[in-house]
Design a binder for this molecule. Structure first.
Ligand code: UTP
Length: 292
């Protein structure tokens, strides 16, 4: 396997979630009882990526702490005989080798990825956005890594969206899929008008990239919103030779958005034996009361 390292950009301000994110990183807001970013590091581990680089920023070091040992807490849990919680807390530090680098200035997602250059070196690597949660039952990342291993090309994750929503995403121009479901992506358009969109396939927060992307990012100037955009660098790559699109079959939640966060919370709580049935009953009652 050529891909061992994952990069998780988590340095953004999270303005859509203010004031909650004034002092607490949005990546640590809990979905049920686990911070958002834990679901993402879990996904890396499931795909065999055991080297994880977090791109953080000032005031966000608590994200690194979450994946570190907490000896005092462990001793307190041990003394109280809380063995289940003790192993939950301890296992977190074994999920992956977690490293961190700072993005000193929030100049955009492309700039955040560029901060990983030294750590990644000349290997291909995966990028998982720190607030984008993919259905744990979907093997999207594994399929993306397999597509990269087979082609050597950059791979993006695609999701079908409603026509009315194409102006919220980067939209891909795609050709016919091959026998393994790999779609040739010949171009990307950022937030197109629905009338001009080349397809209804949106790029979501998973990428598998060759190390050559760093040179391209280095040359990429500021784009939309005055930020260095990863989409612009991918467009440059796609202009040379098609990149590969892999389509997500299951659900994905944008946990950096208020509605997406609520949807993720309800989805993950409903999946749990200890909470699901009670929450389902409560939701039914609540909807009947509030919307009657
Ligand atoms: P978002 O646009 O969703 O994050 O970027 P944001 O800027 O924190 O959120 P809002 O729009 O202000 O609410 C997608 C991912 O890229 C990271 C974010 O942390 C998020 O995980 N990011 C974005 C960086 O790491 N650095 C940046 O300069 C920008």
């Amino acid at each position: 396997m050529t891909v061992r390292k994952a990069v998780i950009p988590a340095a953004g301000y999270g303005t859509r979630f203010l004031p909650a994110t004034k002092a607490v990183p949005k990546e640590l807001l809990p979905i049920v009882d686990r911070p958002t970013i834990e679901y993402i590091v879990d996904e890396c581990a499931r795909a065999g990526l055991d080297d994880v680089l977090l791109v953080t920023s000032a005031g966000k070091s608590a994200i690194e702490d979450h994946f570190d040992r907490a000896l005092e807490l462990e001793a307190a849990l041990e003394a109280k005989g809380k063995d289940d919680l003790l192993s939950t807390v301890r296992d977190l530090a074994d999920l992956a080798r977690v490293h961190a680098v700072r993005q000193g200035e929030q100049l955009g997602l492309g700039h955040a990825v560029l901060q990983a250059r030294h750590h990644v070196g000349d290997e291909s690597f995966a990028v998982l956005l720190g607030d984008d949660i993919v259905d744990p039952d979907d093997d999207l990342l594994e399929r993306m890594i397999a597509a990269h291993d087979a082609t050597g090309r950059a791979v993006v994750a695609l999701m079908q969206v409603d026509e009315a929503d194409v102006d919220k995403y980067g939209i891909a121009s795609v050709g016919e899929p091959d026998d393994d479901g790999r779609l040739p992506v010949t171009g990307l358009v950022e937030k197109p008008d629905p009338a001009d969109a080349p397809s209804d396939l949106a790029v979501i927060g998973r990428y598998v990239l060759p190390s050559g992307i760093f040179d391209v990012l280095d040359r990429t100037g500021r784009g939309a919103g005055g930020e260095i955009q990863l989409t612009d660098a991918l467009e440059t790559l796609a202009a040379d030779e098609p990149i590969v699109g892999i389509q997500l079959d299951g659900i994905r939640h944008d946990a950096g958005d208020k509605f997406g966060f609520l949807a993720a919370t309800i989805d993950f709580a409903l999946r749990r034996d200890d909470l699901g049935p009670q929450l389902a009953d409560h939701l039914r009652d609540l909807v009947a009361t509030r919307l009657s």
